[in-house]
Design a protein around this ligand. Structure first.
Ligand SMILES: Cc1cc2nc3c(=O)[nH]c(=O)nc-3n(C[C@H](O)[C@H](O)[C@H](O)COP(=O)(O)OP(=O)(O)OC[C@H]3O[C@@H](n4cnc5c(N)ncnc54)[C@H](O)[C@@H]3O)c2cc1C
Length: 389
């Protein structure tokens, strides 16, 4: 969706194909914890972490401001500041307890090397900052500047912001104000609609064929786990399933005691060939694995009743000397087809950065502006390309 947003920002009409409701999707983005910071679990900077963070923060802030403005406008005079409309940003305070000597060593070094991101805290300081956290920890860190978003709210807001950009450009182009943007949410059942910002609730069976059809100037495949059906890319990625039980904050453990959602961490398992991405997750199994960890890590949540459970698939490339980095560029064997894939465990960091670069490349018909590291795996696959598949 970030690619669609940036295509719109560059002045293009956009059509999003996704079988799910406009602005929702069903993939990893809709179940992500929503943490945004540029550090690995070992306290190092991830590949393009700082550039990605700035691009993501800018886009998230834009969407957040629009959500707040739209909600305020809808509420009119009834909006009270105390219960005022919420955007998609949930916190700018992200802490991590350090549970053993190895973590203390890693993050002591991180605080020395990256003081702009990592602030060391004593055990007393982290227990004060995060009431209910464990007295067993040896200390903690605050990740400076980190953010968290409510992922479903952000996705809806991002689609709404994308539509607003296209509609504003349409209004400029066409003062008569003809309806070129589909229904209220841009949804359309017509796959051939190409004006405005349109969400077509359909799966694309063959991205290469759509790109080769000439119906669109450019086709960007951002299909998450759907990449396993994408000829030319499917063999360079692997999938893992993550299951996340959720509870709500009735106790005040998360700070407010006001029914805020609390994610109890995630379990991971290999994704079996033929397994459905959106099958219901096994909450009992996930809780069996997570309860002992939660009890140790955040005792205030011991015994809480889960209210739901989600699952999502992370798509990853093999680890390289840069870590597990995404793939982005021209779809192998294609002229008009582009792809962003393998966003892995930290898609929020790279979504706006790569979404903008791939949007620019698609419009310029050149992948020169992309970092070579994300293009290389596709170039290797496409060495023998002779034209559209
Ligand atoms: C449990 C969990 C927690 C996470 N937490 C974080 C976090 O805190 N911070 C962070 O940065 N990252 C996090 N991630 C990683 C992040 O969610 C992903 O990297 C990112 O969402 C991937 O985005 P995507 O657009 O590539 O794929 P997706 O979000 O999976 O979107 C793919 C979309 O494509 C659609 N689609 C698939 N096939 C087709 C087709 N053939 N035709 C049309 N549409 C199709 C799907 O319906 C879906 O809407 C988490 C992931 C998981 C699973």
């Amino acid at each position: 969706m970030a690619a669609a947003y940036h295509l719109a920002a560059f002045g293009s009409d956009v059509t999003v194909f996704d079988p799910h409701e406009a602005g929702t999707g069903s993939g990893a983005s809709s179940v992500a914890a929503g943490l945004l910071h540029p550090l690995t679990p070992r306290g190092k900077l991830i590949w393009k972490g700082e550039e990605g963070f700035e691009a993501a923060k800018h886009l998230i802030q834009t969407v957040n401001d629009k959500l707040v403005d739209d909600a305020a406008a809808a509420a009119g005079d009834d909006a009270s500041p105390a219960n005022g409309p919420r955007g998609c940003l949930t916190t700018n305070s992200v802490y991590r307890p350090l549970m053993d000597e190895k973590q203390v060593d890693l993050f002591t070094k991180a605080a020395e090397d990256l003081p702009q991101w990592v602030e060391s805290l004593t055990r007393e300081e982290i227990m004060e900052a995060v009431p209910g956290s464990t007295p067993e920890c040896l200390g903690g860190v605050r990740i400076r500047g980190a953010l968290a978003v409510d992922a479903p709210t952000y996705l809806k807001g991002l689609w709404s912001a994308c539509r607003a950009l296209v509609n504003a450009a349409d209004a400029d182009r066409n003062a008569s104000g003809g309806d070129s943007s589909g229904g209220d949410d841009g949804a359309s059942s017509s796959p051939s609609r190409k004006e405005g910002a349109t969400w077509v609730r359909q799966s694309v069976e063959d991205v290469h064929a759509l790109a080769a059809s000439g119906e669109f100037n450019a086709v960007v495949a951002c299909v998450g786990a759907g990449v396993k059906a994408l000829a030319g890319v499917k063999d360079i990625v692997s999938l893992r399933l993550y299951v996340v039980p959720t509870t709500v904050d009735e106790t005040g453990a998360a700070g407010g005691g006001n029914g805020d959602k609390i994610l109890l961490g995630s379990t991971q398992e290999p994704f079996m060939p033929g397994q459905k991405v959106d099958r219901p997750p096994d909450m009992a199994k996930a809780l069996r694995q997570l309860r002992p960890k939660v009890a140790r890590f955040f005792p205030a949540l011991e015994g809480v009743t889960p209210v739901g459970c989600t699952a999502g698939v992370r798509v990853m490339q093999e680890r390289s000397s840069y870590g597990r980095i995404p793939v982005a560029g021209r779809l192998p064997f294609s002229k008009r087809g582009w792809v962003i894939a393998a966003l892995g465990a930290r898609g929020l960091i790279h979504h706006a950065y790569l979404g903008k670069l791939v949007a620019a490349c698609a419009l310029l018909d050149s992948d020169d502006c992309l970092p070579p590291q994300v293009v290389a795996p596709l170039e290797d696959l496409g060495k023998d390309a002779t034209g559209d598949l």
